[in-house]
Design a protein around this ligand. Structure first.
Ligand code: ADP
Ligand code: MG
Length: 743
């Protein structure tokens, strides 16, 4: 990555937590991590190596040992970043390290103990204190969102339906870069409100998991704060600067055991560290600077942190270590990871007047509500003056803001007074009407009704004004005005203390930088002193040279050991990957077996032809049976051949229907299903005839009707009374017709 003027590298600081009780009781081995706070160095001892083996040394922007205070880390390494965010830069702080090394402690800490409050609560204080102390011509809008990435799914922690909600999608825009679609964002007016937002999210995180520890060590939590600030520029127009701050508590970086798991569990295990290994690859690609392609798209986390790593942001990485000798390998990996991240170059710039600034929308809406409200109030005032009988002339352009405010207050008072006076007047008039004896009762009723209506209108008007005022006030209260709201800014002592702390932190930082530079220069100057005059000097010089060679030799040994370590690690991770691959291949073979033996080939082909891969969601999807673009035109319109019919019908069938031919061409009911409404014919049975043995039942023709044999009129015998519609011709009628024709 080319270094240009505005580029700056990712700041990397390392923090080591104290030994915990269990580790202390494990034995006298003590910690394996030593720190040189002045030089910013971490010295790592390999507990398994012989004492002669040189220790590993890494240099960082700052290091914090077991005795370090939360406040020290904040003032020295985080405060400058938050200041930049308040000035309109993007900023990211992420904590990286093995589970149990203090990532959450560093990011959140113990909220109730002022000494142990972590980066996030301190950042809240910092932001809102800054706002309260800034000049009064500045307006701020602060928003917060909270999300987690678990098993490669982005979940909104502020969504009340968190547990059941769908995973969110990532989108990209040229203005804001990568963002999460439909993510909840809460406007916060005070420290209390933003802390409340954080609590809600933390609870959702805890509820979402059966085992909080397990869950939190496997999910990444991102708390996002957007600070928009509007200030009048030299051109007289209000300019908006937007700073976005990402506070990231990553999942534990330790390797998850993948052996012996199958199916869903295997997929889960493969996904757990996907984001972290992708982060490692991104850091390597950026630090290396040679490979053109940076694999940001490989995971959700790297996409979300795209700007923070090699883009438009200032970034601080806090790598956390445990001092225990048990975790030597993980600690070394963390240090290597952090060491690589130091070389990443970012190009931060101030985000000035972005199109999507919410503050601008708020300002417009507030101005609109204010105009509406003013209009209403002026109207009431004018009416009042008409009532009072005086003229009123507005000349607002020449007034200053203070005068305008005063005038507004006066207008508001006048408007209230007007309503009161109007009500009294209407009451008086009503009373007068009631008492007027010359009016007819009907006329009285009408006039009273009219006054009542006027009174109602007046109240409605007043209610509408009140609602508008409430909306306006709610909207306005969301904007924070510099130097006005939130906190008293009279605490000068506090302010001075903070400035002093800031200065000290600044000084420590520059001292450390100088020390580091001197160390490098020492080695270089040694080479320059080559001239000597006497033998004594020659001996001295050669001894020095020898010392230097010895130093170099030690360094060489260190580097050799390092190379060996890196090789070992690569072999280990390759073996792990191979193992995962073998297990996945076995799973694949199993699925193939099922597909080949139990799914007919044509069905399989049909399915395969319909499948497409969606890279956004990282999933295979079925294409719709009808192409999306033709769906509306094809499915919604009725085919021309079906107009007036229930289903499409051919020309031939239409002619056949018109001719009343075979029932198969009928589009509507092919059976005549109307109820037989004719009354049943009944008659008394003549027993004597029935008793006659000579008379066979088959002989019973026309006279039988007269004799009253019960015979209900069947639909099959009466096709004649059919209505005009061709479709009403009954099936039976048709059937009889065809059979007669056949005879
Ligand atoms: P992680 O989030 O990395 O899994 P935690 O932040 O939960 O680890 O820390 C594990 C434990 O260690 C907690 O009990 C925490 O209080 C303690 N701890 C971590 N860092 C420190 C520190 N710098 N000082 C004191 N205690 C710490
Ligand atoms: Mg944690």
């Amino acid at each position: 990555m080319s270094k240009n003027k505005s580029s700056e590298s990712v700041k990397v600081v390392v923090r080591c937590r104290p030994l915990n009780r269990k580790e202390e009781s494990n034995g006298p081995a003590g910690g394996i991590v030593q720190m040189d706070l002045r030089l910013g160095q971490v010295i790592l001892r390999n507990p398994r190596a012989p004492p002669s083996e040189p220790q590993k040394t890494f240099t960082f922007d700052a290091v914090y040992d077991a005795n370090s205070k939360q406040r020290d880390l904040y003032d020295e390494s985080v405060r400058p970043l938050i200041d930049s965010v308040l000035a309109g830069f993007n900023g990211t702080i992420f904590a990286y390290g093995q589970t149990g090394t203090g990532k959450t402690y560093t990011m959140q800490g113990a909220w109730l103990d002022p000494e142990k409050r972590g980066v996030i609560p301190n950042a809240f204080d910092h932001i809102f204190t800054h706002i309260s102390r800034s000049q009064s011509d500045k307006q701020y809008l602060v928003r917060a969102s909270y999300l987690e990435i678990y098993r490669e799914e982005v979940r909104d922690l502020l969504d009340p339906n968190h547990g059941n909600a769908r995973a969110l999608e990532l989108r990209e825009s040229p203005e804001t870069g990568v963002y999460v679609r439909d993510l909840t964002s809460c406007v916060c007016k005070s420290i209390k409100e933003i802390e409340e937002v954080m609590n809600v999210g933390n609870q959702a995180r805890a509820v979402g998991a059966t085992d909080m520890n397990e869950h939190s060590s496997r999910s990444h939590a991102l708390f996002l704060i957007t600070v928009e600030c509007s200030q009048p520029g030299p051109d007289g127009r209000k300019h908006i600067r937007v700073g976005r701050l990402n506070l990231v508590d990553l999942a534990g970086s330790e390797r998850q055991a993948k052996t012996g798991v199958q199916g869903e569990r295997l997929k889960e295990a493969a996904k757990i560290n996907l984001s972290l290994s992708a982060l490692g690859n991104v850091i390597s690609a950026l630090a290396d600077g040679r490979s053109g392609h940076v694999p940001y798209r490989d995971s959700k986390l790297t996409r979300l942190l795209q700007d923070s790593l090699g883009g438009n942001a200032k970034t601080v990485m806090v790598a956390t270590l445990g001092p225990s000798s048990q975790h030597y390998d993980e600690t070394l990996t963390t240090l290597r990871y952090a060491n690589r991240a130091k070389n990443i170059q970012n190009q931060p710039r101030v985000n000035e007047d972005p199109k999507d600034a919410l503050l601008r929308e708020f300002q417009r809406e507030i101005a609109r509500l204010r105009a509406q409200l003013n209009h209403r109030k002026w109207r009431s005032k004018q009416k009042k003056e008409q009532v009072d009988g005086e003229g009123w002339d507005r000349d607002g352009d020449e007034e200053t803001e203070g005068e305008e405010e005063e005038e507004e207050e006066e207008v508001e008072k006048d408007a209230e007074e007007y309503v009161k006076l109007e009500e009294q007047r209407l009451e008086r008039e009503k009373e007068a009407i009631r008492e007027d004896q010359f009016l007819l009762a009907e006329e009285k009723q009408r006039l009273l009704g009219e006054k009542e209506r006027m009174m109602g209108d007046l109240r409605k008007e007043q209610e509408a004004t009140e609602q508008l005022t409430a909306k306006y006030k709610a909207m306005e209260s969301k904007l924070l005005v510099g130097g006005k709201n939130i906190m008293d800014h009279t605490n000068e002592q506090q302010k001075m203390l903070e400035i002093k702390r800031h200065e000290i932190a600044e000084q420590t930082r520059s001292e450390r930088e100088m020390q580091q530079q001197m160390l490098v220069q020492d080695e270089e100057t040694l080479e320059l002193r080559e001239t000597f005059t006497s033998l004594q000097q020659e001996v001295e010089a050669k001894t020095k040279k020898l010392k230097k060679y010895l130093k170099l030799y030690a360094k060489l040994q260190c580097i050799k050991a390092e190379i060996q370590d890196v090789n070992d690690e690569h072999v280990r991770s390759r073996q792990e990957l191979e193992q995962t691959q073998n297990e996945l291949t076995r799973e694949l073979k199993f699925k193939y077996l099922i597909i080949e033996n139990f799914i007919p080939p044509e069905e399989k082909n049909k399915i395969m032809n319909r499948l497409t891969f969606d890279p956004e969601e990282d999933q295979w999807k079925f294409q719709p049976l009808v192409p999306a673009e033709s769906k509306s035109s094809q499915m919604k319109k009725r085919p021309a051949s079906a107009v007036g019919y229930k289903r499409p019908i051919s020309q031939y069938a239409r002619v056949a229907i018109a001719m009343g031919a075979h029932s198969r061409y009928r589009a509507e009911n092919i059976m005549f299903l109307e109820l037989d409404m004719a009354p049943p014919n009944t008659a008394t049975l003549d027993r004597s005839t029935e008793a006659d043995p000579n008379q066979s039942p088959s002989m019973d023709n026309s006279p039988a009707k007269d004799k009253g044999i019960c015979k209900s009129r069947s639909w099959c015998q009466t096709p004649k009374s059919i209505t005009s519609s061709s479709s009403n011709v009954s099936l039976a009628a048709c059937h009889t017709a065809t059979s007669t024709a056949a005879q």
